[in-house]
Write a protein that binds this ligand. Structure first.
Ligand code: COA
Length: 382
């Protein structure tokens, strides 16, 4: 222990920048480990193979996989929440075109919440609010996308999966099966990841007994950053910088020598690779082959190979294959992080409920490294 310059204030000397290695709370929602990634105990490999995103969202929010009736009820509930109020669409129209979609999503959800019919703080109310947030986020992203392209938002279509609804909302036509399947897979992979920066932001806001919408809006701000969710857009931008694999290979050697961070690589927890990246990379390679875009995969590999083969390897995280996957699905980069949010809301809402059930306000200490005690000089002496 040490005494700081402020009398009577003591603190533990050892800190942890970025809270690395600190256990900030208990959770039964998700286990992120070198060897496994589990949502409520189920491995991500099986969930991504056997379930659609709706089942995964239900699992996160209700704590158990839905049976057919429960899944149907979930779909009816989310259908009932789809459709933006005119006030929200008007707000979207008024936001300048160059504002990033993540900022629009943040504002849109905030605005929509003022008309939100879901009240109450019971666990069931909070689950409903989570489902409402999933619906409204998808509608905002789709409506803004259409407005940006000079088109009017379309009415949501009842009975679609979350992935199909997003694609239908953007394009206004029934989406093709492959696009729905791949987007659905990415939504499952993005749904939850324990105490990452945005989820932690969400839990900190919840811990003050603030409302779920405020927690989710805060989490969106956190997810937007390129070190977190924004990395999928940045990873694609990196791949697109190069005309071919050899140009990419030359650049990456230089970047490693300069100790530059390569977007879409590295992870605070995973040191032997990200389970989600492995699942999605396979899908991305198949899609690229179908689309005849092996040239882009060659650039992808030219960046990746030297980084994973260096003496201290760094592995791609889910955002590296995701950027290229979305590009191959003809989705514009400005949508990539918002799509991540359209999924992660399920995890944020589950964490909000968990935090709310067993709450203690987050209030860490800081190590004061500023000036010692001094008195305030009069304004003419400064
Ligand atoms: C995710 C991330 C923020 C984790 O940060 P962190 O846990 O604080 O890890 P550090 O920055 O301490 O990195 C540890 C070591 O790996 C290196 N490293 C980490 N990520 C790297 C990357 N993307 N490219 C190159 N080197 C990287 C660091 O330079 C450092 O090397 P050193 O020990 O020789 O100094 C970081 O890996 C990163 O910035 N990645 C790029 C952004 C990204 O893809 N984010 C999405 C995460 S899912």
């Amino acid at each position: 222990m040490m005494t700081t310059v402020l009398e009577n204030k003591t603190m533990v000397e050892a800190g942890s920048p970025g809270l690395a290695g600190i256990i900030a709370g208990d959770t039964s929602i998700c286990c992120v480990d070198q060897g496994k990634l589990l949502y409520r105990g189920y491995p991500i490999e099986e969930l991504s193979e056997k379930c659609v995103f709706g089942e995964v969202a239900y699992l996160l929010l209700w704590g158990a996989l839905p049976n057919k009736t429960q899944l149907e009820e979930f779909r009816t509930m989310i259908d009932g929440f789809h459709g933006l109020r005119p006030e929200v669409i008007d707000t979207l129209r008024k936001i300048p075109n160059d504002v990033p979609m993540m900022s629009v999503l943040r504002t849109g959800i905030s605005m929509a919440s003022h008309f939100d019919a879901v009240g109450g703080q019971s666990v069931e109310d909070l689950r409903k609010r989570g489902v409402w947030l999933l619906a409204v986020a998808a509608d905002i992203v789709a409506a803004r996308y259409r407005l940006m392209n000079g088109k009017e938002p379309v009415e949501p279509k009842r009975g679609l999966s979350h992935a199909a609804q997003i694609l239908y909302g953007c394009h206004g036509v029934d989406p093709d099966e492959t696009a729905v399947r791949i987007l659905d897979l990415t939504l499952t992979l993005y749904a939850e990841h324990d105490f990452n920066a945005s989820t932690f932001t969400n839990r900190v806001i919840c811990s003050t007994l603030s409302d779920m919408t405020s927690s989710v809006v805060g989490a969106i701000g956190s997810l937007k950053g390129p070190l977190h969710g924004g990395a999928n857009e940045e990873a694609l931008a990196l791949i697109m910088r190069f005309k071919d694999a050899s140009e990419a290979a030359t650049w990456v050697q230089g970047a490693l020598a300069r100790k530059e961070k390569v977007m879409g690589f590295g992870h605070r927890v995973y040191k032997n690779g990200d389970h989600r990246a492995r699942i999605l990379e396979k899908e991305m390679r198949d899609l690229a082959a179908k689309k005849g875009r092996e040239d882009l995969v060659a650039i992808y590999d030219a960046i990746k190979d030297p980084i994973v083969n260096k003496e201290k390897p760094i592995y791609p995280n889910v955002d590296y294959p995701c950027g290229l996957t979305y590009y191959l699905m003809d989705l514009p980069p400005d949508l990539y992080t918002p799509l991540f949010a359209c999924s992660r809301i399920s995890g944020w809402a589950a964490h909000y409920i968990e935090q709310n059930q067993d709450n203690r306000i987050y209030r860490p200490l800081s190590r004061y490294v500023g000036e010692g005690l001094r008195s305030v000089p009069g304004i003419s002496d400064r």
